[in-house]
Design a protein around this ligand. Structure first.
Ligand SMILES: [Fe+2]
Ligand SMILES: [Fe+2]
Length: 136
């Protein structure tokens, strides 16, 4: 496993995070109706977790000698609350899988700090998925 492969995987994770930051920020602004205020609050709260994840990834890419490559998904979010939740749940679960893969790669390179951080970020995304399931 090459360092290049690890940096590419971290860059993919960075762009997933940046896409989520944009989506959650916009959805937190778009949601209306008093019955949807807890969902709105959830997006606004979780966006700060995703900023922390993105910052860690950008720092780590640079520490490993790579360059953070920014190309987030700018597809406008769904305007329907049920579709927002469905879309975000699928993405959070796919982020859990990607962080587990990165934790395995980090273990192979002997980078225990990165392995633990990837597991922690996997756990955060798994918690985000659970919060979304509560909103269905
Ligand atoms: Fe995240
Ligand atoms: Fe998340």
């Amino acid at each position: 496993m090459s360092q290049t492969e690890l940096i590419a995987g971290l860059n993919e994770a960075l762009n997933r995070e940046l896409s989520t930051i944009i989506r959650y920020m916009l959805q937190g602004s778009m949601i209306k109706g008093r019955q949807n205020q807890s969902l709105r609050a959830m997006y606004r709260e979780e966006v700060t977790d995703e900023i922390g994840h993105a910052q860690y990834l950008a720092d780590k890419i640079v520490m490993l000698g790579g360059t953070p490559k920014v190309s987030p998904d700018l597809t406008p979010p769904p305007d329907d609350v049920a579709r927002m939740i469905e879309n975000d749940l699928a993405k959070e679960l796919s982020d859990v899988a990607h962080y587990k893969k990165l934790a395995d790669l980090a273990e192979k390179t002997g980078d225990i700090e990165l392995k633990m951080q990837m597991e922690e970020q996997a756990a955060d995304e798994s918690r985000h998925a659970d919060e979304l399931r509560r909103m269905i």
